[in-house]
Design a protein around this ligand. Structure first.
Ligand SMILES: *[C@@H]1O[C@H](CO)[C@@H](O)[C@H](O)[C@H]1NC(C)=O
Ligand SMILES: *[C@@H]1O[C@H](CO)[C@@H](O)[C@H](O)[C@H]1NC(C)=O
Length: 329
């Protein structure tokens, strides 16, 4: 539960902004746990945009890579060496940071969780954000084009002017070029995964609410990639006010596609007024917006439309069979 919370706290990352503007990011999500849990003390995943391309843990200090292979299908030794340097440095930083924070917050017993996001994007940014036991903490943002380092330190141990200058130099001359070169390599090795466009399947469903006599309207879009989608519910062609709508979070399907659903409750009275409802979806994979319509026609009318659909399916099946027969199958 805590982990989920921290990830939400850190979820505003360049990763999200990046894919909006057509750029790409490589981010390390690292977790350090102090205390007895069944999890690894230190573990980190390497994300190319929103796709996992690597994993590292304290159990076996080597990067398990997905995608960063050469022609012989073996990891590049230089990449491996650099990866171990970076992950080991993060591990060490988090170990010290967790120790200091624990004492600072007087959380000396129980389970302590420290999380970090570090990485870069193709726009020239390097980001770093930390959270401790679900509290957002220190962060910095470096921009190579403007050569600026913006820091926001909430915990003790903020960099003084000398350290700031040194770290800025270290980021600009080592971390940024390294991160971007690995990012570009991953992008070319995973181009099919990150550039793919998967069309959403959209359904507009109606469930009767027996208590109130009203209905719940749900628009579900699923199976799409990339994750950005606009899904709008309309009543008689007008967008339904936000406060009447629930849902709207983009959720992963676990197969590198996403889903989103939005719901609204329709009162029994509104139902009697027989409005026309539409779910409108726009997505990178679609040339035009996709409209799914639903007109409430309770009672016998609904039966009629079911009959029409069934008849349509039968007709289609017959048509296909006829075609097959004609083709001599
Ligand atoms: C931690 O405990 C010490 C001593 O009991 C106290 O002085 C300090 O204010 C506490 N710090 C926090 C963040 O609660
Ligand atoms: C969603 O709508 C906004 C505002 O109209 C638009 O800028 C953006 O490109 C749309 N996104 C998608 C994925 O269609």
């Amino acid at each position: 539960m805590i982990i989920v919370h921290i990830i939400l706290c850190l979820s505003y990352t360049i990763g999200c902004e990046a894919s909006d503007s057509g750029s790409h990011s490589l981010l390390i999500f690292a977790t350090y746990i102090k205390g007895k849990t069944p999890f690894e003390q230190f573990s980190a995943v390497l994300m190319l945009d929103d796709i996992q391309v690597g994993y590292f843990s304290s159990k076996e200090p080597e990067l398990v890579l997905r995608g960063m292979m050469n022609a012989e299908n073996t990891p590049d030794p230089t990449d491996e060496k650099n990866a171990i340097t970076v992950f080991t440095a993060i591990h060490e930083h988090m170990r010290i940071q967790a120790h200091n924070l624990m004492h600072n917050f007087n959380h000396t017993d129980g389970i302590q969780i420290h999380q970090e996001i570090s990485g870069c994007d193709t726009l020239g940014s390097v980001i770093h954000k930390e959270a401790f036991n679900a509290e957002c903490g220190d962060e910095f943002l470096f921009n190579i084009q403007q050569n600026t380092l913006h820091t926001d330190f909430k915990w003790p141990g903020a960099w003084d002017a000398v350290l700031l200058k040194h770290n800025k130099w270290l980021i600009a001359s080592f971390y940024q070029p390294l991160c971007v070169s690995v990012l570009k390599k991953y992008m070319s090795n995973n181009s099919k995964r990150i550039m793919k466009k998967m069309k959403p399947r959209v359904r507009l469903l109606q469930n009767a609410l027996t208590h109130s006599g009203g209905a719940q309207l749900t628009c579900l879009a699923t199976g799409f990639y990339p994750r950005h989608i606009n899904l709008t519910l309309l009543r008689d062609g007008q967008p339904v006010a936000d406060h009447l709508i629930t849902g709207g979070e983009v959720l992963p399907n676990g197969d590198e596609t996403y889903q989103m659903r939005k719901r609204m409750v329709i009162s029994a009275e509104e139902l009697r007024e027989k409005h026309h409802y539409t779910c409108t979806v726009t997505h990178l994979s679609l040339d035009n917006k996709l409209d799914i319509d639903l007109t409430f026609a309770p009672g016998p009318a609904a039966t009629v439309s079911t009959v029409v659909v069934v008849a349509g399916i039968l007709f289609l099946a017959g048509f296909i069979m006829m075609k097959k027969r004609h083709a001599g199958v």
